[in-house]
Write a protein that binds this ligand. Structure first.
Ligand SMILES: CC(C)(COP(=O)(O)OP(=O)(O)OC[C@H]1O[C@@H](n2cnc3c(N)ncnc32)[C@H](O)[C@@H]1OP(=O)(O)O)[C@@H](O)C(=O)NCCC(=O)NCCSC(=O)CC(=O)CCCCCCCCCCCCC(=O)O
Ligand code: NAI
Length: 719
């Protein structure tokens, strides 16, 4: 809806009304058409102001409506009618002007923004481009380079930057609508041609071809196969090289391809999935809107290694005071310096002053006594963690929440070592913790709903996408990674090289394939865990690590290369070689080829040619199957939870939605058939056997992903 009123006799005020973000639903578009017509027809009205209800201008098109039949008046003619108006139209921008909202504002003759507003064309993040003439008007207004930046990244700008770029004419910290009304009155009757952006020529650049060539290369490098950023460059190029009307035609053509693409569907699914994970629930029935979080102001982090340092930075940046505890003298000194540097870099990036004086460094636990919440990040060693939790229980005030950043150890076991197991939860951050957006909040059998609510809220305040998951070995993300990594190892044994496996998965869209990723995070991490599990241990009789463990196929290739001291980037050698320890550029290593040849010969394995399709199917379908298993067990509550975890924690390409969305796109029947095929070929790999939930979903006709949660309620009782 849009409401019309007349202010001070001569200014028509149009207010968009569709909470919470005044999205341009069919009703809102109809409202705009009707109220603009009214304003144009009423002779008393000399100028017009458009604003949004509740101090929010407009969040753009109604994304929910994209999947249904589009009704209501189309946006583009409506926007053109506003620009063509003979009465000046002023946009009063408060809160946000995003996507179609900014395109609406760009059709107005003047734009006045509140200092706190944010503006942008984020369509690319939804797999689209600004197709209500945004790709044609913005370059004409602010130049090609700045428009390319905004349109291809979708980033939001502050009002100050919008003013500097020339997107808005004036910024105010007063009541924006009042300022706009006064301004509209002052420009009534003034000529408008110079204010119609579609009439502007696109500002020339020195070498347009080179500029677009460079932009296209940059975008292709970072897009990881996403098509929308490429289409955005093409649309801006049309603005720079074609007359306005032809540019619009090109914009429309490009949008038609994007609008119906699977990538747009995936990205829009991902948008809503990110919001859905905030509506968490626990098996007990406790959920996000019925539980009050505990108040948290003072926090502590125990262990200042790789993870602890990032967590201290993230907490500090979110405004919490932190007691940072590290027992190792040298580590404490190094951590202090590293944290200070991270805070300075972060503050510089955000244009604020660094906040270091809220951190207290300590060798001992004493200063932890009066904190509200502790995050433990010591070595992944249960005995050590038990000791730390016992110390914490003794020193902390009653009611302090005890969280562990373990990558996968048993939360229930740890909780059982404390007098208040209801106050123990997992807060599983991802490295680097101050950068990565994902947080798995792991509830144990006894974790209280308030403890979970508090950890979820803390994650939100730290700017994380937090997902509540159940307790099991590896939780959701690392548990699903295990069958994926196992397949990668098995493929090496069967004839693949690390490069071949990585390339197939990087072409799929992962930032790094499994071997480059393992080199980055340290191959020894998994090796130590496998040794703890009794897997990477030589058989006393043969002196070799067995290739069958507990009746299942096991690949010791990772263990064997660790025994050679090849831990990845940090040692300068791993699956690849690097120019020095700590080097970043991975090069194929002839040593690895020789090692794999000898390994295969020792075990009588005849190498074969491996197709990238097989790499994708075996690695991804094994991971997806484990995803279904976590849903079946209720460890993950919904497919959206898994997809958000994989997109934000494991670099699953967002334009493919996430593993469960991808399974839906590929077709559950195909996934099940291919798993069965591979399981027949490898009967000693149980993770290739389709799990019950997957079979059941196929048996009932493979319902679409948005129906799984509903169906699972019935199916779980039958599994
Ligand atoms: C706005 C935000 C920054 C607010 O953030 P925050 O305060 O943190 O709140 P949230 O929790 O995110 O949101 C609250 C609530 O609102 C919902 N919501 C937010 N935005 C929208 C929206 N735009 N539409 C619908 N719903 C929205 C959100 O989901 C929450 O609800 P919940 O899920 O129930 O919890 C933040 O929300 C944000 O960033 N929003 C998205 C802003 C955005 O991306 N806007 C751009 C939208 S796309 C757009 O505008 C494009 C256009 O306008 C182009 C139109 C041209 C159309 C032409 C079609 C031509 C097609 C041709 C095809 C031909 C094919 C054929 O041939 O058939
Ligand atoms: N490294 C990673 O990518 C990720 C690690 N994790 C988990 O986070 C935890 C920490 O991992 P990292 O930071 O990588 O380890 P790390 O080895 O880099 O750091 C651990 C730190 O804890 C300190 N420490 C040991 N005992 C202590 C004690 N009693 N009191 C205070 N400090 C103590 C050590 O001196 C060391 O500085 C582990 O549980 C790990 O599984 C979780 C997610 C990702």
């Amino acid at each position: 809806m849009a409401q019309f009123s007349r202010v001070s006799g001569s200014v028509g005020l149009i207010t968009l009304q569709n909470p919470p973000v005044n999205a341009l639903s069919a009703a809102v578009r109809q409202g705009i058409v009707d109220t603009v017509n009214k304003a144009l027809q009423e002779p008393e009205v000399k100028s017009v102001v458009i604003c949004g209800q509740n101090k929010v201008f407009c969040g753009g098109a109604d994304i929910k409506s994209f999947r249904g039949v589009m009704t209501g008046p189309p946006l583009i003619p409506m926007i053109h009618a506003i620009e063509a108006s003979t009465k000046p139209v002023v946009a009063a921008i408060e809160g946000i002007a995003l996507g179609g909202g900014l395109e609406l504002a760009l059709a107005c003759h003047y734009r006045i923004s509140h200092t706190k507003a944010r503006l942008g064309l984020p369509e690319v993040t939804l797999g689209l481009l600004p197709a209500a003439a945004g790709s044609q008007r913005l370059p004409r207004l602010i130049g090609i380079t700045a428009a390319l930046d905004l349109i291809t990244t979708g980033r939001h700008v502050t009002a100050a930057e919008a003013l500097q770029l020339g997107i808005v004419d004036h910024v105010t910290d007063q009541n924006t609508v009042d300022v706009a009304l006064k301004f509209a009155s002052s420009v009534a009757g003034k000529p408008l041609d110079a204010r119609r952006i579609s009439l502007y020529p696109c500002p020339p650049s020195d070498d347009t071809d080179a500029l677009f060539e460079e932009a296209m290369q940059r975008v292709r490098r970072s897009a990881r196969g996403a098509i929308a950023p490429v289409a955005c460059v093409q649309a801006v190029r049309a603005a720079a090289t074609l007359p306005y009307a032809q540019g619009l035609e090109r914009e429309k053509e490009l949008m038609a391809t994007l609008f119906t693409s699977g990538q747009a569907r995936a990205l829009q699914y991902s948008f809503f999935a990110q919001r859905a994970v905030g509506r968490w629930s626990m098996p007990s029935g406790a959920q996000w809107d019925t539980v009050e979080p505990l108040p948290v102001q003072k926090t502590a982090v125990i262990g200042l290694g790789t993870m602890g340092r990032g967590i201290v930075v993230a907490l500090t940046q979110a405004g919490f005071s932190v007691v940072a505890v590290e027992t190792h003298e040298k580590q404490l000194t190094q951590a202090k310096q590293a944290i200070e540097e991270m805070l300075i870099r972060g503050a510089k990036r955000r244009g604020v002053t660094p906040e270091h004086d809220t951190i207290t460094y300590s060798h001992s636990m004493e200063p932890v006594a009066n904190v509200d919440l502790v995050i433990e990040a010591v070595f992944e060693d249960m005995v050590l963690k038990e000791k730390v939790f016992q110390q914490l229980s003794a020193v902390c005030k009653p009611g302090t929440l005890l969280c562990t950043n373990t990558s996968g150890l048993d939360i229930d076991h740890l909780a059982s070592k404390t007098p208040n197991p209801e106050l123990v939860v997992g807060m599983h951050f991802f490295a680097p913790a101050h950068v990565m957006k994902l947080l798995e909040v792991v509830y144990g059998r006894q974790s209280s709903p308030r403890a979970v609510a508090t950890a979820m809220q803390l994650g939100k305040k730290m700017g994380k996408v937090s997902v509540a998951v159940g307790n099991c070995l590896g939780f959701v993300g690392n548990r699903m990674l295990k069958p994926y990594m196992n397949q990668a190892f098995f493929l090496l044994e069967e004839g693949a090289s690390p490069e071949l496996v990585d390339q197939a998965l990087e072409e799929f869209g992962f930032i790094m394939g499994p071997f480059r990723m393992s080199d980055l995070s340290g191959i020894d991490v998994g090796w130590r865990i496998r040794k703890e599990e009794g897997l990477a241990v030589p058989d006393q009789r043969t002196g070799q690590i067995p290739r069958m463990q507990k009746g299942c196929r096991y690949s010791p290739v990772g263990d064997l290369i660790c025994e050679q001291g090849r831990f990845g980037q940090k040692t300068g050698q791993g699956w690849y070689r690097y120019d020095k320890p700590g080097g970043r550029v991975a090069r194929p290593d002839p040593w690895m080829q020789t090692f794999l040849n000898q390994y295969r010969a020792t075990h009588g394995l005849v190498p074969r040619r491996i197709d990238p399709k097989e790499v994708l199917e075996r690695c991804l379908y094994a991971l997806i199957n484990e995803g279904f298993q976590t849903l079946e067990e209720g460890i993950a509550a919904a497919p959206e939870d898994i997809d958000v975890i994989y997109v934000f924690g494991y670099s699953w390409p967002q334009h493919r939605g996430g593993p469960m969305f991808y399974a839906d796109m590929v077709g559950l029947e195909k996934i099940m058939d291919r798993l069965e095929h591979y399981h027949q070929a490898h009967p000693d790999v149980p993770s290739l056997q389709p799990c019950n939930l997957l079979r059941k979903l196929v048996a009932i006709g493979s319902p679409p992903i948005h129906k799984w949660s509903q169906v699972m309620k019935t199916l779980r009782s039958q599994l």
